[in-house]
Structure formats: structure tokens, C-alpha cells
Ligand binder design. Structure first.
Ligand SMILES: Cc1cc2nc3c(=O)[nH]c(=O)nc-3n(C[C@H](O)[C@H](O)[C@H](O)COP(=O)(O)O)c2cc1C
Length: 371
């Protein structure tokens, strides 16, 4: 293992709470990660809606944000403004599509491009029964030709990038080769970016939730495919909980075997949603931008005009604040914040005073702890 990796690994292991210092080492970060894919919040159905993305954008101006998955049928035949519309303040947003018909995927991708999405992503990772019966999502890992047709059709239809989010395989065959064959077959279309949830999907009996936890994580498969195809971008996803862990895995520095492999980005799902303050460090750690000096309370205050305007439009307060429940996770008053919003934001006529009251309670709790 190169000396700088040994040193960083040592720092990582030894310094405990000071571990972030090594991540903030400019040389370390710049050497390993660059580009707009460096950090993303995963697409999550029912979670990463427009309100969630607006909130996440207040915490990071650089992170790539994803829509929930939309099927081609919904995009083509549904209420487009309702499904696809988003606030320009959300910045770069990737539209994730689910489908397996190349012409429909191309049409939906074109519609997404016209709506202003920055990229189109094809979902080849979702294991739900509904998705399987529609013959898309993770079951398409067994049919790379269909995925390749869809990707080629989308690339021909739009000028924005088209990427694929996949697993490392499906069902019980644990070998690396089917994953490599899948990537090879898609790569010939010109698609150069794969986001890989580094566990298989077991389509025979696990629920979608279990399929996010039970099949073992094999980060080494993603490192290996990157070693074999260094010109393709691979974004690592699955089970990443902290920036220390993510950046260490991207740099290969936790695994002596893979120290020569540099992955191209990290995608965090549940950890970022449940502890959104993680996003506050993203611009600095992954993009080398100066960290914005702001507190959690500043972020709440920044959200207030947006919340007020949405509530005035008739959006229920709870639909927005549900994404903010974790903002004070682990902080004095964090539980009071969560409880106050959960109990009051869904009430009829609830407005921003619910949020400002919750913030007052947090401030009082923090003052008591400090006293
Ligand atoms: C509530 C929920 C909904 C999800 N919906 C989608 C989805 O629409 N499209 C998709 O590709 N993955 C979806 N996923 C999977 C995530 O994008 C991600 O791959 C998975 O959670 C693993 O990452 P994590 O361990 O960082 O959460 C969903 C995950 C969760 C928890």
C-alpha cells in the first residue's frame, strides 16, 4: 500500500473524533475525488420528492440530487407538472426512470430533459414485485440487451448525460462475471457512468426493504470493475453511513488490495435522509469548496420563506417538514424538534409557526444543556 494511504489509514484508525481532519486534507480529497458525481443523495421513492430536495439543497449546493423513480407510463401519460415539476433552486437534479421499452424510455427522457433535469438515470436496481411484473428494475440485470437498447435510445434522444443505477447482480449466483458482462454490454452504448448498489438483489422472496439490508455488501466488486474499466465512472452506493467510510472506500485506502483503485463518487441514501446534517460537509469534502458557516437553525430559517410559500399554495406543512425531522439528530433538543413537528405539522391550517415554535424549543433545550 502506498505510504500516503498507510498514513491516512493510521490517522483514520487512531484519531477518533478528529478523523474528519484527514478528510479535510485538501491534497487527500483532491487526489481521489472530482467531478459532479463525487457525492449524491440516492433516489428514494416517497422520500426524495421536491420538498426533500429543496431542503437538501439548502445544505449542499454541489451534491447531485435525484428524483424518486418515475415509470415511463407515468411520465408520458400522467400529470407532468405534478410529477416532474421542480423548483429551479433545487439546482442539478437527476430524473430517474423505470421502464424497459426503449421507445418509451427515449420519449420519457426527452420530456425530462425539456423539464430541465440535468441527467437521466435508468433504474436497474429496484427489486419490488410491482416493478418485476412491469419487467423493469433489478430483474433487468438478467437482460442487459434490453437495458442497452433503452440506454442507446435515450442517448440518441437527449443531449444530457444518461446513467444506469444497478446492483452487482441478482439471485444466488455470487460470481463477479455476470456483473462485469452486464456493465460491458451497456458500456458499448456510450454510457460511461454506473451507480452501483454494491449488493445483489434476491428476487426470490425478500421484500424491497430486506433487499436493502440482507444480501451482503461487496464493495470489492465495484473496486474490481473499476480496475478493469478505468475509463468508466463508478459511483459507490449501499450501506455508506459516514463521510470517513465513504471517502476511505472511494480511495481504496481501507483495502490494501484495492489501493490503486479510485472510485468516482459516493451515493448515500438512508444515512443522508435520516441525518441530513451530513450534507453540510459535502461541498467541502467532495468538491473542495469552502464550507458555508451556518448552523442548523440557519438552515431552518432559510427554509421558512419556501415553506410559507408552499403552505400558501395549499401544500400540507407536514409534507415538507417530514424531511427535516432528522436535522437535529444527536443534538440537544433533537427529540423535542422531531416530536413537535410530528405532532403538529399535519394539523389542519398548520403554518410556519409550528416550525418556529419547534426551533424555539430546540434553542431552549440547547441553552439548558450549555448552562
Ligand atoms: C425508502 C426508499 C426508497 C427507495 N427508492 C428507490 C428508487 O426509487 N430508485 C432507486 O434506484 N433506488 C431506490 N432506493 C434504494 C436507494 O436508492 C439505495 O440504493 C439504497 O437505499 C442503498 O443505499 P443506502 O444504504 O445508502 O440507503 C430506495 C431506498 C429507500 C430506503
Amino acid at each position: 500500500m502506498p505510504l500516503y494511504c498507510c498514513l491516512n489509514l493510521l490517522k483514520y484508525r487512531v484519531f477518533g473524533r478528529k478523523r474528519l481532519a484527514f478528510l479535510q486534507d485538501e491534497v487527500f480529497t483532491k487526489r481521489y475525488i472530482s467531478g459532479e458525481h463525487a457525492f449524491a443523495v440516492a433516489p428514494m421513492m416517497d422520500w426524495t420528492d421536491r420538498y426533500c430536495r429543496y431542503f437538501h439543497r439548502c445544505l449542499s449546493s454541489e451534491a447531485l440530487l435525484y428524483s424518486e423513480m418515475l415509470t415511463t407510463g407515468a411520465v408520458i401519460h400522467g400529470d407532468r407538472d405534478h410529477l416532474l415539476g421542480f423548483d429551479s433552486a433545487e439546482g442539478k437534479v437527476v430524473l430517474q426512470l423505470g421502464g424497459s421499452d426503449a421507445a418509451a424510455m427515449a420519449q420519457a427522457a426527452k420530456i425530462g430533459e425539456e423539464f430541465g433535469y440535468a441527467q437521466i438515470n435508468m433504474n436497474v436496481g429496484c427489486p419490488s414485485d410491482r416493478v418485476q411484473s412491469g419487467r423493469f428494475g433489478a430483474c433487468l440485470m438478467a437482460e442487459p440487451e434490453i437495458v442497452a437498447d433503452c440506454v442507446a435510445a435515450m442517448l440518441a434522444a437527449v443531449r444530457i448525460p444518461v446513467t444506469v443505477k444497478c446492483r452487482i447482480g441478482i439471485d444466488r449466483d455470487d460470481s463477479f462475471e455476470p456483473f462485469a458482462t452486464f456493465v460491458e454490454k451497456i458500456k458499448v452504448t456510450g454510457c460511461d457512468t454506473f451507480i452501483v448498489h454494491a449488493r445483489k438483489a434476491w428476487l426470490d422472496g425478500l421484500s424491497p426493504k430486506e433487499n436493502r439490508d440482507v444480501p451482503p455488501l461487496k464493495y470489492e466488486y465495484v473496486q474490481r470493475i473499476k480496475r478493469e474499466l478505468p475509463d468508466i465512472r463508478f459511483i459507490l452506493n449501499g450501506g455508506l453511513e459516514t463521510h470517513e467510510q465513504a471517502i476511505s472506500l472511494l480511495s481504496g485506502s481501507l483495502d490494501p488490495q484495492s489501493s490503486s483503485v479510485k472510485l468516482d463518487g459516493a451515493m448515500l441514501g438512508r444515512a443522508a435522509y435520516k441525518n441530513p446534517w451530513l450534507l453540510q460537509q459535502v461541498d467541502e469534502l467532495y468538491y473542495g469548496r469552502p464550507a458555508a458557516e451556518r448552523s442548523r437553525a440557519d438552515v431552518v430559517n432559510e427554509m421558512l420563506p419556501y415553506i410559507e410559500s408552499k403552505v400558501d399554495e395549499g401544500v400540507s406543512l407536514g409534507r415538507i417538514t417530514r424531511h427535516m425531522l432528522g436535522l437535529f439528530l444527536g443534538q440537544p433538543g433533537g427529540r423535542i424538534w422531531r416530536r413537535h413537528l410530528s405532532e403538529n405539522a399535519w394539523r389542519k391550517n398548520a403554518g410556519i409557526s409550528v416550525v418556529t415554535d419547534a426551533l424555539d424549543k430546540v434553542t431552549i433545550a440547547a441553552t439548558k444543556v450549555a448552562a
